[in-house]
Structures are given as structure tokens and as C-alpha cells.
Design a protein around this ligand. Structure first.
Ligand SMILES: [Zn+2]
Length: 239
């Protein structure tokens, strides 16, 4: 079980479960690197309620970890040793036998915010989205994995956000699949990962309605269920 050698002792002490009964699939994906986006100091976007993105990313990442543990899918957090890690450090634990999932919550560009409010509040955009980079060495596998997740989320009745495809500066992302998968080649964590890599935006926290959804356990469970289902499809988890 060589994978155990690369898991810091502190992770094991934190109660994170490593399956003893696992074997490689054709793609040889053996473990997942969960990357809770941003840091306590650089916390990302601020939600309509004032809750910051890093807190949402952390909660979702831990709930995903619990689900993976239940399914005996090996995983590790990118930020376990250093909560203030750099973007390139986030992918330090990836290799061809891993799969990298960055967890984020979305916002919109400043121009769409209601200027009467701080933080930004707007109903301009809502829904989940996923990103992959063609500069990742496993672009095709990344895109296939992202589509599996996105199509299953949509099948459950949740709509993708389409605002990243808008033809304006800093958006204009290529929509690879209408279930909400975009190509964003310069996302640092995606292009530097040594494994298939996806970034998922769980919902748009600047939208009060979407932020309410994000705070529903049932909404998060649907998305987590889709991620787990996609992982089980690309990993061979023999019991
Ligand atoms: Zn983010």
C-alpha cells in the first residue's frame, strides 16, 4: 500500500480513512486530492450574507471527504500541512495515479453587483459550473470526468451557470458541454496538476437565492453524490 507512505501522519491522525481494499482501474486512478480553494487570509469571494468563500469551500470539502470515506475512496487534502499554501503547492500531491478536484464557490464580476450593497448582491447568475484546462497533461480525461459530474448534477434538476460563457473580458470561456463544463486553460491549479484535474464551482454565493441553496444539506448532497458517482466510474474500487 505505497499510497499510505505519502499520506502525512497528521492526516491519518485526523481520522481520514484510507481504504485497504483498492486497486487500479485502466486509468490507474488510485486516490483523490481534494483542494479546498483559497485560504483563511486570501478567502476568495464574499457571499451575499457576508460568509466568505473559503468557509464554504472548507465545509463542502469536508462533506465530500466524509462521502469518500464512506465509499472507501482514498483521498487527501491539498492544504493539510499549510493552510496558506500557494496555487502551485496545491498540486504538489498529484501524480498520474491521482485525480485532483478543486472546490470553489462562484461570484460575478463587479459590474453586475448592486451598487447599493456591500458585499456584492445580485441575482445575475446562479448554478454550478466546472472547469478543465487544455494545458493539463490529462485534458481529455479531465474533461470526461467533469462531464460525468456535470451531467449527473443536471440530471438531478440543478441548473448550470452560463455566465462564464458571456463574451466579455475575463469570462468568454469555451463551453465544452452544455451541462456546465467550461475550458479555462490558464487556471493555475489545473494546468500544473500532474493528474487529471477539475475545478467545480458549487454555486454563486453573490446570489442570495443560490446562497440559500448552497446552505441546504440536500443541495450539497446532490452535488457530492454526482462527484462520488463519477469517481466510482473512473476508479476500480474492488472490495
Ligand atoms: Zn474561488
Amino acid at each position: 500500500m505505497h499510497i499510505l507512505k505519502m499520506i502525512p501522519f497528521s492526516v491519518l491522525c485526523a481520522g481520514i480513512f484510507m481504504s485497504p481494499a483498492w486497486s487500479a482501474s485502466a486509468q490507474d486512478i488510485r486516490y483523490v486530492v481534494i483542494d479546498p480553494g483559497h485560504t483563511p487570509l486570501k478567502y476568495g469571494a464574499t457571499g451575499a450574507s457576508g460568509t466568505v468563500e473559503f468557509d464554504y469551500n472548507t465545509r463542502f470539502s469536508h462533506e465530500l471527504a466524509v462521502a469518500l470515506e464512506k465509499e472507501q475512496i482514498p483521498f487527501i487534502f491539498s492544504n493539510v500541512k499549510n493552510p496558506e499554501l500557494s496555487l502551485t503547492d496545491r498540486v504538489r500531491l498529484t501524480n498520474k495515479n491521482s485525480l485532483f478536484i478543486a472546490i470553489h464557490h462562484d461570484s460575478v464580476q463587479q459590474g453586475y453587483c448592486n451598487i447599493s450593497y456591500d458585499p456584492c448582491i445580485t441575482d445575475y447568475a446562479a448554478g454550478y459550473s466546472l472547469f478543465v484546462s487544455e494545458r493539463n497533461p490529462y485534458f481529455r480525461a479531465s474533461a470526461d470526468f467533469a462531464k460525468k459530474i456535470a451531467r449527473d448534477i443536471r440530471r438531478q434538476g440543478i441548473h448550470p451557470s452560463i455566465h462564464h460563457g458571456e463574451h466579455i473580458p475575463h469570462e468568454n470561456r469555451k463551453l465544452l458541454d452544455e451541462s456546465g463544463v467550461y475550458q479555462f486553460d490558464d487556471l493555475i491549479v489545473l494546468k500544473h496538476a500532474s493528474s487529471p484535474a477539475v475545478l467545480i464551482e458549487i454555486g454563486v454565493i453573490t446570489n442570495p437565492g443560490d446562497e440559500r441553496n448552497i446552505n441546504l444539506k440536500s443541495y450539497r448532497s446532490k452535488i457530492i453524490g454526482s462527484i462520488v458517482k463519477a469517481l466510482k466510474a473512473v476508479m476500480d474500487l474492488r472490495k
